[in-house]
Design a protein around this ligand. Structure first.
Ligand code: FUB
Length: 446
């Protein structure tokens, strides 16, 4: 009961606080492309860094996150996996910085992915489409007629007149062009974009007060920065304006800028959560961006607190179903500990060993099956657990570093697709670090 009360209070409390940076802590995320759609929510389409840190090689899937107040973020679940891409390299991985756009009732998701084993020589820009912003995406081929050289980091901008523009580029060259109405073919020729200083990759285009902005990552050694140029049309000409976001600690950076409920936000990534200098285990962050009267951007201050709530809604937890860890099937060294401060006065410990697990069986799911799993646990910094649902490896999840393995202060949330019916299993397996699990809740989100 005590833990349940804490859970409710923390949900209520979060209505009036700050997002914190990084604002997604359950998995590693990078390359945030943020959009506000007609349902009034802000959606972030990032890429997903996968443990162990190994360049950007293992990134094989995308999750989407959404919010209506900038503080409470909903994991919308996995929307695409490399194993669904029929033209993709057989080894998988390399699902790099994506973007998404809405036009005429369809959401178009664009993602860079190599077609061959020699990944850096075989990039293509794939598409998947859906009638919903963050689920039911189906692969729909790739954009034809682009140069294979550094064909990464797609960005699509739809202007106020409804015309769509497509950008991509890495390795120092940025390209831009028009998209046909079908959003899958280039209209005419792509052009190389001139006027950018020290362009590396990560193009993002937006419009504010009639001015077009093109932002990108530079080549600042081992710590790319974000720069920008402005123009009078979506394809320029562009005038270089300067740096708007300094080094974040990561080799790379990639960002997006969007207006939501009257404020402008700069999304980017850093390595604050993993503290891993090499190999890229990155996390997405958001801070306010301010503009001068002449439209130029002020430097973004990178904060730990993140941005303030812009909502007042109290989130209901009434549909959450609770499963106590001590009632799960256990294996390896997983052990029950009596503790009056834990929910049910018990929790499970010794989840730090790879053969240790707890498994919840016979879990019921409704027809649509999309549920958010909240895992209430404590853990030391950088501890991990692996989530396996119905035998499918969903990801390594981060425990929150509470600094105290006795107090159940942390929660990790993650959305999965269960099968309709009663036979679902959810297994949490120890990976590294000391994780104690108190209970999980499952909340349907459709
Ligand atoms: O995340 C993989 C790659 O690293 C992206 O495509 C680049 O923008 C850089 O962030």
């Amino acid at each position: 009961m005590a833990t349940r009360l804490f859970y409710c209070l923390s949900i209520l409390f979060s209505q009036n606080c700050f997002s914190q940076n990084p604002f997604i802590t359950s998995i590693y995320t990078a390359d945030p492309s943020a959009h506000v759609w007609a349902d009034g929510r802000l959606y972030v389409y990032p890429s997903h860094d996968i443990d162990p840190a190994k360049g950007c090689d293992l990134m094989d899937r995308y999750h989407v996150f959404s919010t209506d107040d900038m503080v409470n973020w909903r994991d919308e679940g996995e929307i695409l996996n490399a194993n669904q891409v029929s033209w993709g390299r057989k080894e998988g991985g390399f699902m790099w910085a994506p973007d998404c756009v809405y036009k005429n009732g369809i959401y178009y998701f664009y993602f860079p992915h190599p077609a061959g084993t020699d990944w850096n020589k075989s990039w293509k820009i794939g598409m998947a489409t859906s009638k919903k912003p963050a689920s039911d995406f189906k692969p729909a081929g790739y954009i034809k007629g682009l140069s294979a050289n550094a064909m990464i980091d797609p960005c699509v901008f739809v202007d106020t007149d409804g015309k769509a523009y497509f950008y991509y580029g890495g390795g120092g060259v940025c390209h831009g062009g028009k998209l046909k109405d079908n959003m899958m073919e280039i209209d005419g020729e792509m052009q190389e974009i001139n006027g950018l200083v020290d362009f590396h990759e990560a193009t993002w285009v937006f419009k504010r007060n009639g001015i077009y902005y093109l932002t990108y990552a530079d080549n600042n050694p081992r710590e790319n920065q974000l720069r920008y140029a402005t123009g009078s049309s979506p394809l320029g000409p562009w005038t270089y304006r300067g740096i708007y976001l300094g080094p974040t600690g990561c080799d790379t950076d990639q960002g997006s800028i969007v207006e939501f409920k009257g404020k402008w936000y700069a999304f980017y990534h850093n390595k604050a959560l993993s503290n891993t200098g090499k190999g890229n285990l990155r996390s997405i962050c958001v801070d306010i961006v301010n503009f001068n009267d002449d439209g130029t951007m002020q430097m973004v201050e990178q904060t730990k607190s993140g941005v303030a709530s812009v909502g007042t809604k109290v989130i209901s937890t009434k549909n959450a179903v609770k499963y106590e860890a001590e009632n799960a099937t256990m294996g390896g060294k997983a052990t029950i500990v009596n503790d009056t401060s834990a929910s049910g006065s018990k929790y499970v410990t010794n989840m730090d060993l790879a053969d240790s697990y707890i498994e919840f069986k016979n879990i019921k799911a409704k027809r649509k099956g999309r549920v958010t799993i909240n895992i209430y646990h404590s853990g030391t910094s950088y501890s991990r657990i692996k989530l396996v649902v119905n035998g499918i490896d969903c990801s390594y999840l981060n425990s929150l570093p509470t600094g105290d393995t006795e107090n159940f202060k942390g929660h990790t949330y993650f959305t999965v697709h269960l099968s309709p019916g009663k036979n679902n299993t959810i297994k949490l397996i120890g990976v590294n670090g000391n994780t104690n699990i108190d209970y999980i809740t499952l909340t349907p989100i459709d």
